[in-house]
Structures are given as structure tokens and as C-alpha cells.
Design a binder for this molecule. Structure first.
Ligand code: FE2
Length: 345
């Protein structure tokens, strides 16, 4: 492969999921309208001008994945309101809008588990959108973890790439050691796919599949994810289950059907000695072979509980040594070209 074929990072169309509803409560109509406008492309925001109206909406139209409330409101204030929301709708992720002067109350509310996050006013549209994505992701991650799979799965279909990214972050955040892993793997896999000249449709599909390639880790016990030291054979068996759990989560969702092989096959080896099915060569789907390279490289250069991340040069050498056994040589060739073009960061 000629180096001139290695392109810059892809820009991908971000789809919109317009069915995720959130409840916004503030006594200032202009603030409410501004917040609603800043997220309307991705979320349907129901508005309430005070705590009473908010609770009535919650009882009548809930559950809402996310409830956002201003702190200072006449009558019941934001802290009291969100405490009440917790009782009425325990799964809703609660966010408080606050001024500098109420920081102390907000910090206490976070520490006591009353709210998931607070935002200091004025909030930029970008920060508000990013927060809502994280909250919706948190909501789905919690439901997946609790085993409320059916409900969460229906919702997954509605999510756009922004929220899927946030969901990937929530999954990775289960262990401090894997923070940001899925996103980095996705970026690297997309760079390789782009450099190989894959069509936009395939790249978009790979974007979704790579973000959720480890979604099954939602079912892996934290004690195993965080273990300091090597896993014993039984722990290894449980860890490996994440592939099957991931497939089980995504299988019923039509829009993930084509992305399933990436979840199912990202631990298969090119020589057939991987898991879970022992597939070899081109029987492993191309995007899964690409993700396998990105996944392993990111794991090598990242710190783990039992070792520091390897320096880039050493990690690249290990990747090269495993070309043809663990990895598809053609993909390693692309990967090395990207490394030489300093595009791996
Ligand atoms: Fe994995």
C-alpha cells in the first residue's frame, strides 16, 4: 500500500435521534427556551416553570431519562425538587443548574447522591448538550447494568452518535483503567478504515460498532475488570464472556445488526486461535479485524492495574511481531503507515 493513500481523519455525518425526552425546570422562561433550543436537534425537551409543574409532568408524562432543574425558584427550590424527583422517578438522572453562590449546596447534593451533576450558570449550548448526552448515556448504562435490558435496548435504537459516544464512555468508566478506551479504539479504527479507502457507509457502520465493541463489559464484575495481577483461568473465562454479553445486548436491535460482527469477533485472531468462535482469516469480518488491531494497540499503550503502558515504539514492535498470527498482515501494514505518518495519537 502506497503512503499517499493514507488520508486525513474522516468527517462523518452525525445522525439524529429525536425521541429522547428530557424535562427542564426553571422559573425563567427565557432561560428555559434557550436551553431547549441548544439541544433541540437531539432531544425533545418538555418545559416546566416550577417544581409543582415539573412534578405533575413527571407523574403524567414520565419517566424522563434526564431531569434538569434550576436551583433558585420561588416555592420549592431545585434541591428539594430534585430530591422529590428521586422518589417519584428514581432512575431519572438529575442535574442542577446553579449560580456561583450556591456551589456549596450543589457539591453537597452531588456527594449525597441527590444529583448526578451540577452546571454553573450561564451554561453554553455546547456544555449543556454534552451534559445531556452524558446523562442519557448514564441512564442507559445504569439500566443495562440493572438488567433492564429490554427497555434500554428499545432506547438504544434512538441514540445518535453523540450519545452513543457518551454511552461508550459510561461503559469504560466502569473501571478507571479503561477510561476513554472505546473512543480511542473507534478513532484509530476509523483512521485505518479511512486510509484503506472504505466507503462512507462502512465507516459509519464501523463508528457505531467500534464505540460499542466492549458494551458486554457492563456485565463483567468490577473485581475482574480492576484486578491487580493476571486473571486466573476462571476469571479469564468470565472476562471473555463480555463478547457474548455484548452480542446478546445488541442482537435484538435492527440498526445494530450489521455492526454485530464487530462486537462478536473483535477478539478473534487471524490464525484462528482467538475467541469465542476461533474464526480465521477473512472469515473474520474486515471491520472486526481492524478493531482488533486498534483495540490491542490501545491496551498496550495504556496503563493497567498491573503494569504501566508500553512506550509507543515498543507497542508498535509487538504489533508487528503479531502480524499474521493475531492480526491481519494487510491491516498491520496500514497501521504501520499511519504510525509512520504520526497519526496514531
Ligand atoms: Fe473486548
Amino acid at each position: 500500500m502506497n503512503q499517499s493513500r493514507v488520508n486525513q481523519s474522516p468527517t462523518l455525518e452525525i445522525g439524529s435521534g429525536d425521541d429522547v425526552r428530557v424535562l427542564l425546570v426553571d422559573d425563567e422562561p427565557l432561560v428555559l427556551e434557550g436551553l431547549r433550543r441548544s439541544v433541540h436537534r437531539e432531544f425533545v425537551a418538555d418545559l416546566a416553570s416550577g417544581a409543582e409543574e415539573g412534578l405533575a409532568k413527571l407523574r403524567r408524562d414520565g419517566p424522563y431519562p434526564v431531569v434538569v432543574s434550576d436551583m433558585r425558584m420561588p416555592g420549592m427550590d431545585g434541591a428539594e425538587f430534585l430530591a422529590e424527583v428521586r422518589t417519584v422517578s428514581p432512575d431519572s438522572i438529575r442535574v442542577m443548574l446553579t449560580g456561583h453562590s450556591d456551589m456549596e449546596i450543589a457539591v453537597r447534593a452531588v456527594n449525597e447522591g441527590q444529583i448526578f451533576r451540577f452546571l454553573i450558570k450561564p451554561v453554553t449550548p455546547e456544555a449543556f448538550l454534552a451534559t445531556l448526552r452524558e446523562c442519557v448515556a448514564q441512564y442507559h448504562a445504569a439500566r443495562l447494568e440493572k438488567g433492564q435490558l429490554k427497555i434500554a435496548i428499545d432506547a438504544l435504537e434512538q441514540l445518535d452518535l453523540g450519545t452513543l459516544t457518551a454511552l461508550a464512555r459510561a461503559i469504560d468508566a466502569k473501571s478507571a483503567w479503561t477510561a476513554g478506551h472505546s473512543e480511542r479504539v473507534t478513532n484509530l479504527a476509523l483512521k485505518m478504515g479511512h486510509a484503506m479507502g472504505l466507503p462512507a457507509k462502512s465507516l459509519e457502520l464501523m463508528h457505531r460498532g467500534a464505540l460499542l465493541h466492549d458494551i458486554g463489559k457492563i456485565g463483567t464484575p468490577p473485581a475482574i475488570l480492576d484486578k491487580v495481577g493476571r486473571l486466573d483461568p476462571e476469571e479469564m473465562r468470565i472476562m471473555r464472556e463480555h463478547v457474548k454479553i455484548g452480542v446478546r445486548i445488541l442482537e435484538p436491535i435492527p440498526c445494530f445488526r450489521e455492526a454485530l460482527p464487530m462486537v462478536a469477533q473483535h477478539h478473534e485472531w487471524f490464525d484462528g486461535s482467538g475467541y469465542p468462535a476461533g474464526l480465521a482469516g477473512e472469515n473474520i469480518s474486515l471491520p472486526a479485524r481492524i478493531i482488533a488491531v486498534a483495540d490491542c494497540y490501545d491496551a498496550l499503550v495504556s496503563d493497567r492495574p498491573y503494569r504501566k503502558g508500553l512506550p509507543k515504539r515498543q507497542a508498535l514492535e509487538m504489533m508487528r511481531q503479531n502480524s499474521g498470527t493475531q492480526f491481519d498482515p494487510m491491516i498491520i501494514e496500514v497501521f504501520m503507515l499511519l504510525a509512520r505518518a504520526a497519526q496514531l495519537a
